[in-house]
Write a protein that binds this ligand. Structure first.
Ligand code: S3P
Length: 426
């Protein structure tokens, strides 16, 4: 079991690691483009390394200079049949986006993953890709990995979103760009738009007309991509800054793409106005975020905004433990199929701390903690975001809180503990 000393407050400036979603996309599109793509400030974590390994198995060369990747490729049309199964490890983004990339290719490939990924739903990508003509066979009647992707004669077409998921949208667009004509993905609820922005940076026509996202088939051209810092990693400092008295945290040069910062909108509705400024908006908006302690007033959060804060809901739920009144989070059923069932994980851990919680199929209601926990064990469920919440709670309550495991931090934020402790005021 792991314990941490109690901390009074967190103060200072922090630069969080680069964006995971954008790094995956830069590696994938850099591999699909003919030429040498330069990716500056990539995230090098277990998830993005899974994507790098995947494209390397297709014959793409990556020179990893740490602060930048040079991706040498002859383009998607020259991808080679992989010599072995492609292991996507813990990464849903790798599996789902690569399925889109591989489905129009004229060779045989197999995608698999770690035990967590093998439990995550894949029909959401297999179905729309099959509508475009893909030939994919996968476990349990096309529901789960492993998946076999066979050569197929795919045609451009129109897909209506059935799940609010940027991964599904991206998978369809990455297949669509390889097909002649226009492929359209219609989404009622906007999800993160990094793929659309980046396709344009790689010279592809991609337009969004009120939720009708169209990509015109064509060849990607080499690009230079700067990866901003990850708002989803920054969110843990937003949570910590709000709940530790006397904190003053500045998160510098962070990605502030409007489709990612739903947490800030929701906090404002809950009475906490986090200040931020955009300092650069060339291709993805970036800027600084200023966090000082505040208590949310409680209420109900749900609807379309959930899609723009899906990875930040564990942080919001944690903030709810220290709010003035109960906080209900709904329309978040997707949390059940993330790296863990995050609704169940949060509920079990918060109950272990002594909080009163109500469970719904699509969310939870958190009653503020009325007293410090006596002794509690918080489990990580092999989920990086749950681990980071547990570490912050352990810093809040000290050695009374025991953590079972923190190994999953390397999925998105290997340096989390060092970075957090660098802000600690004893
Ligand atoms: C991601 C999209 C989201 C998010 C995941 C990364 C992406 O998943 O939860 O961490 O990079 O497109 P869904 O598309 O399944 O909502």
């Amino acid at each position: 079991m792991i314990t941490f000393d109690k901390c009074k407050s967190f103060k200072g400036k922090i630069n969080v690691p680069s964006d995971k979603s954008i790094t995956h996309r830069a590696v994938i599109m850099g591999a699909m483009a003919d030429g040498v793509t330069v990716v500056r400030n990539p995230l090098l974590s277990r998830d993005t390394i899974a994507t790098m390994n995947a494209v390397q198995q297709l014959g793409v060369n990556i020179v990893n200079e740490r602060s930048r990747l040079l991706i040498h490729s002859e383009g998607v049309k020259n991808f080679k049949e992989p010599y072995d199964v492609i292991n996507c490890d813990n990464s849903g983004t790798t599996a789902r986006l690569m399925m889109g990339v591989l489905s129009p290719c004229n060779f045989y490939s197999v995608l698999t993953g770690d035990p967590s990924l093998l439990r995550r739903p894949m029909a959401r990508v297999i179905k729309p890709l099959s509508v475009l003509g893909a030939d994919i066979r996968s476990k349990d009647n096309n529901k789960y990995l492993p998946a076999t992707i066979l050569p197929a004669d795919m045609k451009a077409g129109e897909i209506i979103a059935e799940v609010k998921s940027a991964q599904v949208k991206s998978s369809v667009l990455l297949a669509g760009v390889q097909l002649e004509g226009i492929t359209t993905y219609v989404e009622k609820t906007p999800t993160r738009d990094h793929t659309e922005r980046m396709l344009k940076a790689f010279g592809i026509k991609c337009e969004n007309n009120q939720g009708r996202i169209s990509v015109t088939g064509g060849d990607l051209v080499q690009a230079k991509i700067d990866v901003p810092a990850d708002f989803s990693s920054a969110a843990f400092y937003i949570g910590a800054g709000l709940i530790f008295e006397g904190s003053e945290i500045v998160i510098e040069n962070c990605g502030l793409n409007p489709s990612r910062i739903g947490l800030l909108t929701v906090l404002k509705e809950l009475g906490v106005d986090i200040k931020y400024e955009i300092t650069n908006d060339e291709y993805e908006p970036i800027g600084n975020i200023y966090v000082t302690p505040a208590q949310i007033k409680g209420g109900k959060v749900g609807g379309d905004i959930i899609a723009n804060m899906i990875d930040e809901i564990p942080v919001l739920a944690m903030i709810g433990l220290f709010g003035q009144a109960p906080l209900e989070i709904r329309d978040a059923k997707e949390l059940r199929v993330k790296e863990s069932d995050r609704i169940a994980a949060l509920i079990n851990n918060f109950k272990a701390l002594g909080a009163e919680i109500e469970e719904y199929e699509d969310g939870l209601k958190i009653y503020p903690l009325i007293k410090e926990p006596e002794k509690a064990t918080l489990l990580a469920y092999d989920d990086h975001r749950i681990s980071m919440i547990n570490i912050i709670l352990a810093k809040k309550f000290g050695v009374k809180v025991l953590l079972d495991n923190i190994a999953s931090l390397d999925v998105s934020y290997p340096e989390f503990i060092g970075d957090l402790l660098s802000l600690e005021e004893k």
